[in-house]
Design a protein around this ligand. Sequence first.
Ligand code: XMP
Length: 323
Amino acid sequence: QWTTASIVDDTVEAIRVQVGDRRAICGLSGGVDSAVAGALVQRAIGEQLTCVFVDHGLLRAGERAQVERDFVAATGVKLVTVDAVDQFLDALAGVTDPEEKRKIIGREFIRSFEKAARDLVADADGDVDFLVQGTLYPDVVESGGGTGAANIKSHHNVGGLPDDLQFQLVEPLRALFKDEVRRVGLELGLPETIVHRQPFPGPGLGIRIIGEVTADRLTTLRAADAIAREELTAAGLDRDIWQCPVVLLADVRSVGVQGDGRTYGHPVVLRPVSSEDAMTADWTRLPYDVLERISTRITNEVAEVNRVTLDVTSKPPGTIEWE
Ligand code: XMP
């Protein structure tokens, strides 16, 4: 019988057979797939696995802690964090074009991961032969055919490593759909916050700041995003919406009034969407009282933001992310 427990047992056994007594490396993104893949491999080969987490500074509030504290506590995995915040900010300085941002973030990500992998291989005297990837069954099918929609924006993944840094792939989720991956994650004892995390793009907040990405703008967006997420969670809406990007229109200013002073701040856009697979999406009709709480709190608590707007565009014609 094909139960979640038997999927775990069979997969763990297959990983042991594949990896033997060699070593493996796994990049964690903070997302569900890499977390579950890493946890499965950890269960199979323990200390022979090292996970690498690149902090590119484009993450949301609390996400680094979720990996460093919660994921490690749940799995006992050996984790290396690469602090690449300054490197990414430097590379993104002055850049406003969405595709250029995506390419830079993808390139810097590979660079950071590659360096961490090289260091690890050097430390292990070349004994690291395997790279763990959280490839799902739909990814396997999709990369065979290649859909048009995948080419609208350049997505990135740890795949483009240089020829002299070669690994065999361990892909423990290759036969699974997303809902099965979540069940496996729960079976392995991963926290709900990781297992039921909503989709978040690889380029992170970098593509939710319309305009140049700077440290101050990231701080502003992170604060507004944290409030929106808190209120959606408090209203019990997390499972009803696909995701709700918060976008900072960093190059736009508008006049406002707060207390007895005039303000000249930036708008944020709430982009709540409902979707089955992100290929199409509808804007979510959030309850007005929830919208009101989000708006009031953001404008009260985030000094640079004086206006909260709602995106009521479906996909198509709008994509989910603004860039
Ligand atoms: P769009 O904006 O194309 O987004 O409608 C569709 C879904 O994909 C997510 N997304 C990404 N995910 N790397 C990712 O891993 C990326 O570069 C990327 N860009 C968008 C987006 O959040 C939505 O769920």
